[in-house]
Write a protein that binds this ligand. Structure first.
Ligand SMILES: Nc1ncnc2c1ncn2[C@@H]1O[C@H](COP(=O)(O)OP(=O)(O)OP(=O)(O)O)[C@@H](O)[C@H]1O
Ligand SMILES: [Mg+2]
Length: 508
């Protein structure tokens, strides 16, 4: 049943409950994205687990967020449990074996895994505005702050860099408003307040260096298995916006950094987006459109994106239409919205003449799903009622000490664990301010001297009945600012370029 080039998902049954045949996911079409949906407790996480296992065994690295902690079990081999053995028997899986997988644990807060960081510059204004829930006017100001920072080559690494940049922009509001658009001081203060909230939510852990190298999510082991990157998301879920923006940022990083690949026999990375509704919940239209665009284009970079959510209506139509591989677990249908969800879910499948998909969705058992995957030429298979295979790794979480062991043995151990703080906007602006203060002092001294001279001259003039006048030279302060700006800008080389979701493009 285990075939090359395919992941075995489970075995389908006909309405008479007779086994019908194995269901597979074609690896060569796995970058055509997917969807796992179903009410709570119906088997979504286990379906994600067996997919992650299948990809790993096929040499494809995986990234997934572990919302309830139960996915961490992939790092350990499963144990003989009656209901798992029974499931294996029910579906005729004779070579069912327990196996552990090469898991790498990550955690934004650095507690349950390696910390993941990015810089404020890399995240960019679009995602940050979303993260802080800014109004249009505030977003406009944030854009200007980024523009100025990018143009002047000021690196925004962490939140204190952004704070200083905002102070700077506010101080220069007159000059910048004339050039770039209205820098309203009230908006600046509002953004500063949102930044404080973000810090309280733990955002300060996430912004800084060393920033994540995408290549570290794409590791394979020496025996050719793909690593399963598990992001601890239990605490993160308490700040849903941070969770959603973080995953979006990661997606946009993958998109910006990976080169195009033609058709290939398998994806380079598969990205699971659990609790996907958080991504789109009251997201502004422009963001949804860009996500749609990224999802569409990332295919050609060999990345498969799989959304996991309770209700297929959680995913906007434009995205839904691109999800070729589908595992639909049971849905309830009590309320009108639930009935609509069942209808939508049923209608997206290529019908099976043997059963009514709408009825069946309501009556699926736990760990059972309607499955349709893309077949050769990208045509969706006829929907089948499928018993999903049991996982090979542990069902349920690792203990604390098991987790700590995996983290200590990880191939990236030590690489991200300590934060570094190199010179960036905060330091540069602080220096700039210091220089400016000195220059101002100097200016005051010169002016005082000048005054003294003038008084003397006037006295002299009064004496000789002649007038004297001052000159119109460039102020020392002005000259100092210009020269600092120039060195900073040239030391970075050139202004920074931003991609679809506003994150930085590297490699220039
Ligand atoms: N393929 C399967 N084989 C064997 N048992 C399964 C399978 N799928 C689900 N189960 C059983 O059902 C339980 C619940 O499944 P799971 O945790 O995947 O649900 P879920 O849809 O993710 O729920 P939630 O929405 O609450 O996260 C599992 O702990 C397991 O006991
Ligand atoms: Mg779950």
């Amino acid at each position: 049943m285990l075939e090359d080039g395919k992941i075995y998902l489970g075995t389908s049954r006909n309405p008479q409950d007779e086994l019908q045949g194995p269901e597979y996911l074609e690896l060569s079409l796995a970058n055509r994205h997917g969807l796992i949906t179903g009410a709570t407790g119906t088997g979504k996480t286990v379906s994600l687990q067996i997919l992650a296992e299948g990809f790993s065994n096929a040499g494809v690295p995986v990234f997934c967020a572990d919302v309830k902690g139960d996915l961490s079990g992939v790092a350990m081999a499963g144990k003989g449990k009656d209901f798992l053995e029974k499931r294996a028997q029910d579906i005729g899986l004779e070579d069912y074996e327990y196996q552990d997988f090469p898991a790498i644990f990550w955690d934004l807060f650095g507690e349950q895994g390696h910390p993941i960081r990015t810089t404020v510059s890399e995240m960019g204004p679009l995602l940050l505005s979303r993260l802080m829930d800014l109004t249009d006017a505030q977003e406009g100001v944030l854009n200007i702050a980024f523009r100025v920072a990018d143009d002047e080559g000021l690196l925004l690494l962490d939140l204190k860099d952004l704070q200083s940049m905002l102070v700077n922009v506010s101080e220069r509001s007159k000059e910048l408003s004339a050039k770039l658009g209205n820098v309203n001081k009230q908006s600046v203060s509002a953004i500063q307040r949102s930044l404080l909230v973000l810090e309280e939510q733990g955002g300060d852990h996430f912004f800084g260096e060393p920033a994540l190298e995408i290549a570290d999510l794409m590791r394979t082991t020496r025996d050719g298995r793909g690593s399963i990157n598990v992001l601890a998301a239990d605490k993160l879920m308490m700040s849903p916006r941070l969770y959603a923006t973080f995953l979006l940022w990661l997606l946009s990083e993958l998109f910006e950094e990976l080169p195009e690949v033609g058709d290939s026999d398998k994806p380079r990375l598969v990205f699971f987006f659990d609790e996907a509704h958080l991504l789109f919940d009251d997201a502004p239209k422009v963001l949804t459109e860009r996500v749609e665009q990224v999802v569409k284009l990332i295919r050609s970079k060999g990345v498969g994106v799989y959304f996991v959510t309770q209700n297929p209506l959680d995913v906007p139509d434009g995205v839904l239409a691109q999800l070729g591989n589908r595992v639909q677990h049971a849905l309830r249908a009590y309320t009108p919205r639930e009935q609509k969800a069942v209808k939508t879910a049923a209608e997206t499948f290529r019908p099976n003449p043997d059963f009514d998909a709408m009825d069946t969705i309501k009556n699926l058992g736990v760990g059972e799903a309607l499955v349709s995957t893309l077949e050769k030429k990208g045509v969706p298979s006829i929907v089948q009622r499928t018993l999903i295979r049991p996982p090979q790794s542990r069902l349920g979480p690792l203990t604390k000490s098991e987790r700590a062991k995996v983290v200590a043995m990880s191939p990236v151990a030590g690489q991200y664990d300590k934060a570094v703080d190199r010179e960036s906007a905060y330091e540069i602006l602080a220096k700039r301010a210091e220089k400016q203060a000195k220059a101002e002092e100097e200016q005051e001294r010169l002016e005082a001297e000048e005054k003294a001279r003038e008084t003397e001259a006037r006295a002299e003039a009064r004496k000789s009945r002649k007038k004297s006048r001052g000159s119109g030279r460039q102020t020392v302060a002005e000259a100092a600012i210009k020269s600092v700006t120039r060195t900073v800008a040239t030391s970075l080389g050139r202004a920074l370029v931003r991609g679809i979701l506003g994150s930085l493009k590297r490699g220039f």
